[in-house]
Ligand binder design. Structure first.
Ligand code: ZN
Ligand code: ZN
Length: 368
């Protein structure tokens, strides 16, 4: 069948709305009519060819990995959903490796094969335009399109009373920030936390810090508008790292260090700061994405004194369990992640990207 999709024809190219053909779902696949899709920096990393997608399957490509929509068709072996069900799409995983078997799907041994192969794991393509293969299966969805093919594994069924168009970001950015706090750091009520970088991931971490009962919640960023917004999301203090030494500022606010910190920027200097603000036994979660091979200089003596640096993917969460939990919190008004979103018509996708890159919006979502 045919679908409208945002195709990137070459490295660093713009998104071009085009009509392509999408395959019928295989027996374990689900065809989803996409309602809306969030745009994340990882889509742009794919566009710039920074991801480990095999070069021969890099372009032309359809990206998009924060989709949500309605099940149009389900393969014969699919039991999780049926046509008409509302779903949020997330990352894919193999389901059989030791990480997956132990409930740590975000650390799947075959993460790249299932998310960054430019095709299904077996190398077959789901999209084409006439004779030309279009590379898809990005995060097993390529959801910057009217229709997307996902696997039963990477879809989460959601209640119909929740607006579909806000759900996409739960599958990546929101889950990453909230899960790092709720599943990895697990601060006790009354704890202090410093979040470095308050884009969509950092803002979600702020919301989760409120849910966990943190009483000192410090947002550190270099964009003043974002810091103002951070207050709405629960920050009790803000630090503009352009105006003040963030380590000293956090030390002053907390009177000796933030028990927890998060690096949501992907910058070795910022990671150093996020570790340097910890008191003894403090834990720093690393969420920021950096190019492979990036190194960081840390104070070994400081770490020796009981401090921990912990990398976190996808908020250490099992999407089928965690996304419904976040939605329960949302329904109770305790996790208003929808306030992160600015909507755009699908045709204005390049404008949405520009606004995100320049920090004018936090989480752009295109409506199909
Ligand atoms: Zn696995
Ligand atoms: Zn993402």
């Amino acid at each position: 069948m045919k679908t409208k999709a945002a195709v990137v024809f070459e490295r660093s190219g713009k998104f071009t709305i085009d009509e392509v053909e999408i395959s019928e779902p295989r027996e374990d696949e689900v065809l989803v009519r996409i309602a809306a899709t969030g745009i994340c920096h990882t889509d742009l990393a794919g566009k710039e060819q920074y991801l480990p997608i095999p070069p021969e399957r890099a372009f032309p490509a359809v990206f998009g990995h924060e989709g949500a929509g309605v099940v149009e068709k389900a393969g014969a072996r699919v039991t999780k959903v049926k046509p008409g069900d509302h779903v949020a799409l997330s990352w894919d995983f193999c389901g059989v490796c030791p990480s997956c078997k132990s409930g740590n799907e975000a650390y799947c041994d075959k993460l790249f094969l299932h998310n960054f192969n430019g095709a299904r794991p077996d190398g077959t393509s789901t999209l084409r335009k006439g004779d030309q293969v279009i590379h898809g299966s990005f995060f097993c969805q390529s959801s910057l399109a009217d229709f997307a093919l996902a696997n039963e594994r990477n879809i989460v069924k959601v209640r119909k009373e929740i607006p579909l168009e806000i759900l996409g970001p739960l599958g990546c950015g929101v889950r990453t920030g909230a899960g790092a706090v709720m599943n990895t750091l697990r601060p006790s009520p009354g704890a202090s936390i410093a979040v470095f970088g308050v884009g969509p991931v950092g803002m979600s971490a702020l919301l989760a810090s409120v849910v966990c009962g943190c009483t000192t919640i410090i947002a550190v960023d270099v964009i003043g508008e974002r810091l103002e917004k951070a207050r709405e999301f629960g920050a009790t203090h803000t630090v503009n790292a352009n105006d003040a030494d963030p380590v000293k500022a956090v030390m002053d606010i907390t009177g000796g260090g933030a028990e927890f910190s998060l690096e949501c920027v992907g910058n070795p200097k910022v990671l150093r700061q996020a570790v340097d603000v910890l008191p003894r036994l403090g834990v720093c979660g690393l969420l920021g994405v950096v190019p492979p091979g990036t190194e960081v200089a840390l104070n070994m003596d400081l770490i020796m004194n009981g401090r921990t640096v912990r990398g976190v993917l996808a908020g250490d969460s099992v999407s089928d369990l965690f996304i419904p939990r976040l939605l329960d919190l949302y329904s109770q008004g305790r996790f208003p992640f929808d306030k992160l979103i600015t909507f755009y018509p699908f045709d204005d996708i390049n404008e949405a990207v520009e606004d995100m890159v320049h920090g004018r919006v936090i989480k752009p979502v295109v409506r199909m």
